[in-house]
Write a protein of this length. Structure first.
Length: 238
């Protein structure tokens, strides 16, 4: 696809990650120009195949750094915010950094986006915000939240922040994803289903803890597709 400034520009924070590396490829195919803002803590192998695409731009930077964020927001039409410390154990291992990146990074990004009149802001949240609930009653947007981890608490704080910023000119959408699984351009093996598959292939057995518990799942490709479907809906009508 030829590059043209008439194509909408999508900023994906954390784009080199598990969901982002799939989303950016789908967005490019769909007709977006894509800018990736990522610290590349896990390297950049997941986006090497995009670097020659004229509609793709990589900015190495930190969502906690105002200069990085302002530079990344220049000319942007749509924001998909996926950057963060993801999961219970990583957040427990570095709680201060987790809160700074997950909450304060979101606070900075959203505040500057609103000032720049960028209307569409899609935020990757999590079903972990519901915590432990009655499994006989399906959870929806009105369900009382019961977080049991720092990770979930940071996401709830981000959701509240974004809702407080909502206005006629700023329309945040929060997606409470199930636990992701499947092969990506940066596949994670700390996620339950991926971990089971890895253990089955390498150790010929799996170990199941809390066998009576359950949680919702979403394939990484569907997680990316959901974002693109959301962006088809007129801004402010969700």
């Amino acid at each position: 696809m030829l590059k043209t400034d008439k194509m909408p520009l999508m900023l994906v924070t954390g784009g080199a990650g598990y969901v982002g590396s799939t989303l950016m490829r789908d967005a490019l195919i769909t007709g977006y120009r894509v800018r990736c803002l990522d610290l590349l803590l896990y390297g950049g192998k997941s986006i090497v195949g995009l670097l020659s695409n004229p509609n793709f731009e990589l900015m190495k930077g930190d969502v906690r750094n105002k200069e990085d964020v302002e530079r990344a927001l220049e000319g942007v039409d749509v924001i998909v915010h996926l950057a963060g410390i993801v999961g219970d154990l990583p957040c427990q291992a570095a709680p201060k950094s987790a809160y700074q990146i997950n909450f304060h990074g979101t606070e900075l990004l959203a505040g500057l986006a609103k000032k720049k009149n960028i209307r569409t802001f899609v935020f990757g949240s999590t079903c972990s915000t519901y915590g432990i609930v009655d499994t006989t009653v399906p959870a929806d947007e009105t369900r009382e939240l019961n977080p049991v981890s720092l990770y979930a608490e940071t996401k709830i704080d981000c959701e509240k922040l974004l809702l407080s910023l909502k206005s006629d000119s700023f329309h945040p959408v929060m997606l409470r994803y199930g636990t992701a699984y499947g092969v990506s351009f940066r596949t994670r093996f700390d996620l339950l289903i991926n971990s089971f598959v890895y253990e089955a292939l390498t150790q010929k057995k799996i170990v199941v803890f809390a066998a009576n518990m359950w949680r919702p799942y979403v394939h990484v490709s569907d997680a990316a597709a959901i974002v693109l479907e959301i962006l088809k809906v007129p801004s402010g009508s969700i």
